[in-house]
Ligand binder design. Structure first.
Ligand code: SF4
Ligand code: SF4
Length: 98
């Protein structure tokens, strides 16, 4: 497995010099809030997968599975867009470390 790069190894301005190298940067450590999935409220609409700018929602066999916390930056877009079941969100944002 490839060792993740620390911030001191980033290029100046975090400029991407090689195509497809985003996988090397585990951006999950930037997160202040973490999305938490409440499966019981999930209607499998896949809006979270569609809207996530970091492709951090895992879909397996056509169904939403969990988050890839290595790359989720905690932006909260998935929680905002999630319709949930009968108004009960299937994604809530929780402060990291709580
Ligand atoms: S919080 Fe943002 S980055 Fe993380 S899974 Fe949701 S939309 Fe993607
Ligand atoms: S947006 Fe919400 S309800 Fe839709 S698949 Fe994602 S978690 Fe489930």
């Amino acid at each position: 497995m490839m060792k993740p790069k620390g911030w001191r190894e980033l290029t100046p301005g975090a400029v991407i010099l090689e195509a497809g190298n985003a996988v090397e940067f585990k951006t999950g450590s930037w997160r202040a809030f973490r999305p938490v999935w409440r499966e019981e409220n999930c209607i499998q609409c896949l809006f979270c997968w569609l809207y996530c700018p970091d492709m951090a929602v895992i879909v397996r066999d056509g169904k939403r599975a969990d988050f890839n916390y290595d790359y989720c930056k905690g932006c909260g877009i998935c929680a905002l867009e999630c319709p949930g079941k009968k108004g009960n969100k299937a994604i809530i944002m929780q402060e990291e470390g709580k």
